[in-house]
Design a protein around this ligand. Structure first.
Ligand code: BGC
Length: 775
């Protein structure tokens, strides 16, 4: 084994060949299967065993949630009132072998051999166990599981049992376990919800009892949010079997000769009234199930491999010379695909669909971290993510009114269906930069795709409505500088400050962009402009006000140190005493009251340093170096969103070792569980940060008003790396080795970009060029 998590370092899969109960909880997360909607933790087919805290039997549907009132013993006006949390739904994959009345269960049975593999190219979770029963019978159980990437509602399991040293009766029980609940909150603010009691109430069940009909349909309704859920299964035995109805499923009994195999294929479908009328969910689940069953497991598996082949064709980031790292990169890309909602109604949760950390909430993680990966590999998914924000505008307008903004829209800091769910406002609602983050991703989308139709249809309305908040909260000081007071920037170890550098710089970008978009729309598509302006009551004076505020924006800078100050007060605070902080006191948020942290010069994550990346062409290299040096010294990286950004900026300023070190911290963060909480779900922002670290970091890719450009470097330990990016309908491959970079135009008529300052134009006649790497 190449690391302490029991996983062999293989580029295209994770595989374990020993069963270690202390790793069960963590590995359930790592072995999760998902398709952007359904998420099934990699728990055993037979169901989990073990006490709370050892395991989590989790099945989730992205965005499918219940709500609970947030109660504050000490109330204040405008605090978030309703928490939305992603529900743990019935476990429909459960299936188990029974021999002589003994049911196979991992903790109670004698396991002679074990292997479990999750393959990023087949999308299958495969497990093989050899089990010796109490009476000495040995059987092999081989299972394959998939959550269909091409069929939103469908999952399937193949469960094959082979008697090894006897001939006799084998029973396979396939049922639905509806006795599931969400995790309860502990002391860690990053885990679990505060809910009490069951959230799903059964309204109907139907268990097929006719010969040949082994289908089950369970209908439930959520306690508060009022959604209907259908969970449906069907099971098909491979040979003649006696069938008995058991609870929400069936048992299949067969006499099996030694060495022969008895298999049950189980098909699963979920449907919810978030997507359709409540009375349609049962029939819909049933129809999806019938289609999956008609296709059969093997055909579903082929479809899955085909889907993934197309994904990897465009998305693969290949790194030569380091298998463990390559595994981390592929693992991260695979989980991003598995986690991202692509229907315009769902988004990507901080933990994807792999666990309950952060309750299935969506954050700015989407726009600033995850978005670029999809933008450059699957632009239609990027567009769906923006559409989600468009659909959230009505709620964001409501929230703005609650926050005393007469105009505009304020996005929630964390949410599922658009409610502000952040119960701790200093590190939640106060992060107004969420509005600018959304606008930034729309700007990037426009630069990368040129899709102005989207701007006319949805993008402009988002950008304009959200820009209004800046003129709403900002004001001019006596020196006529535009100030934004009482906000929190990305760094959550500093809260409610005046003129957070990141926020102000991003607000300036946002207002300038909003004014540009308004003017372009008016010039190029007057009818669309008139429609949008009328819908939101936009006045010309507002556009002028954005330009004026942008021009006068206060951007704190300390002349003595020559650095951008994180906010007006940051440098006047006491430095944190890192030398006397024991290692076990990290992350600080679990060991110190927020006020203790807020009083110090200490950062949880990149803040000014993130601005250096996102607004790259506004800073000189010297600026970047000084800022990096200073903020590196005060940053704990307690947030998993931090290291990747430091890696990228380190690359740019020529700190090669640091760039590599920070990149390594990001690339295997979940595989090596370096933040010690992956059992509650993967860290999707850091996963995407890995892609950013290669493309933006080592390859120096930037796309802004100055165009597309690269400045590739090769980390010493690698022999090369390669990735592709879709820009304006073209597909460009970038392949970097020890001396140079090959650029290949794989699709599209032409593309112009710069390599270390030299302009290159590729087209059909000249689709390839090799350039020397900058020194
Ligand atoms: C980070 C936030 C992030 C959230 C969800 C927090 O620990 O500080 O920036 O949005 O996690 O990933």
């Amino acid at each position: 084994m190449d690391n302490n998590n029991g996983l062999a370092a293989e580029p295209w899969r994770i595989r374990e060949d020993t069963l270690e109960s202390s790793r069960a909880f963590l590995h359930e997360t790592l072995f999760t299967l998902g398709n952007g909607w359904i998420g099934m933790r990699g728990t055993p087919d037979e169901g989990t065993v073990g006490g709370a805290g050892d395991t989590l039997e989790g099945t989730y549907l992205n965005g499918f949630h219940d709500t609970e009132a947030i109660r504050y013993p000490e109330n204040a006006y405008g605090l978030a009132r309703i928490n939305e949390f992603m529900l743990n739904v019935p476990n429909a994959k459960r299936i188990a072998a029974v021999i002589d009345g003994e049911r196979f269960a991992l903790d109670a049975c004698n396991v002679l051999a074990w292997e479990r593999t999750l393959d990023f190219r087949t999308g299958l979770l495969e497990r093989t166990v050899e089990w010796e029963t109490a009476s000495g019978k040995r059987v092999r159980i081989a299972s394959r599981r998939l959550v269909s990437l091409g069929r939103k509602h469908v999952a399937a399991i193949e469960y094959a049992v082979t008697p090894l040293n006897f001939s006799g009766a084998v029973r396979i029980v396939a049922d639905i376990d509806a006795d599931v609940t969400n995790l309860q909150a502990g002391d860690d603010p990053r885990v679990g919800s505060a809910l009490t009691g069951a959230s799903l109430i059964e309204t109907q069940r139907k268990v097929g009892s006719e010969p040949g009909a082994h289908d089950v349909l369970l209908l439930q309704r959520t306690r508060h949010s009022g959604f209907t859920l259908a969970t449906a299964t069907d099971a098909v035995p491979s040979s003649a079997a006696r069938v008995e109805q058991v609870g929400l499923g069936h048992a299949f009994d067969a006499d099996v000769a030694q060495g022969a195999t008895f298999t049950v294929h189980k098909y699963v479908a979920y449907a919810s009234s978030r997507d359709m009328a409540a009375d349609a969910v049962g029939p819909h689940a049933h129809a999806e199930l019938a289609q999956a069953r008609a296709a059969g497991f093997d055909a579903l598996a082929r479809e899955q491999a085909g889907y993934l082949a197309r994904f990897w064709e465009d998305a693969d980031v290949a790194i030569a010379g380091d298998d463990a790292l390559q595994q981390g990169v592929h693992f991260n890309q695979f989980h991003l695909l598995q986690s991202v909602g692509r229907d315009g109604k769902t988004n990507i949760a901080a933990k994807g669909v792999t666990g309950e950390g952060y309750e299935g909430h969506y954050f700015w993680d989407t726009e600033i971290y995850v978005f670029p990966f999809f933008l450059y590999s699957r632009p239609e998914i990027a567009r769906a993510l923006l559409q989600y924000r468009y659909n959230g505008l009505p709620k964001a307008r409501e929230r703005a009114r609650q926050m005393a903004h007469a105009k505009g829209a304020l996005y929630p800091w964390r949410t599922i269906a658009g409610e502000e769910c952040s119960a701790y406002f200093p590190a939640g609602t106060a992060q107004y930069h969420i509005n600018a983050d959304v606008a930034y991703s729309i700007r990037l989308y426009l630069l990368a795709t040129g899709d102005f139709d989207f701007m006319a249809e949805q993008g402009a309305e988002i950008v304009l409505e959200t820009a209004r908040i800046w003129t709403g909260i900002g004001s001019y000081d006596r020196a006529h500088r535009f100030c934004i007071n009482a906000v929190t920037g990305p760094d959550e170890y500093t809260a409610i400050v005046n003129n957070n550098y990141y926020t102000n710089a991003m607000a300036r970008m946002h207002m300038t962009f909003a004014a540009d978009v308004a003017e372009r729309l008016r010039a190029e598509r007057p009818a669309d402009y008139a429609r949008v302006a009328h819908a939101i009551g936009l006045e010309d004076a507002e556009i002028q006000a954005w330009r004026a505020a942008s021009a006068a924006m206060r951007l704190p800078y300390d002349d003595a140190l020559g650095i951008h100050e994180q906010d007006d007060s940051f440098l006047s605070k006491k430095p944190w005493d890192f030398a006397n902080t024991p290692k076990e006191n990290y992350p600080l948020l679990l060991h110190y009251h927020p006020l203790v942290i807020y009083r110090h010069q200490v950062c949880k994550q990149a803040d000014v340093v993130l601005a250096l990346l996102l607004l790259s062409n506004q800073f000189s290299l010297d600026d970047k170096r000084r800022d990096f040096d200073f903020y590196e010294g005060v940053t704990t990286h307690d947030s998993s969103l931090s290291s990747c950004i430091f890696s990228i900026v380190a690359s740019e300023i020529g700190y090669r070792d640091k760039a590599y070190g920070y990149f390594m911290e990001t690339a295997r963060l979940d595989l090596d569980n370096t933040h010690a909480n992956t059992q509650y779900g993967v860290h999707t922002a850091a996963m995407a940060g890995t892609w950013l670290g290669v493309a933006y970091g080592f390859a120096g890719m930037r796309l802004d008003d100055a165009g597309l450009r690269f400045a590739p470097t090769l980390p010493d330990r690698w022999t090369g790396y390669r990735f592709k990016a879709q820009v304006r309908g073209a597909l460009l491959e970038v392949a970097v080795d020890g001396t140079g970079t090959d650029y290949r135009l794989l699709r599209g008529a032409s593309l112009t970009f710069a390599h270390a300052g030299t302009t290159i134009a590729l087209d059909a006649q000249r689709a390839h060029i090799r350039m020397e790497n900058p020194q």
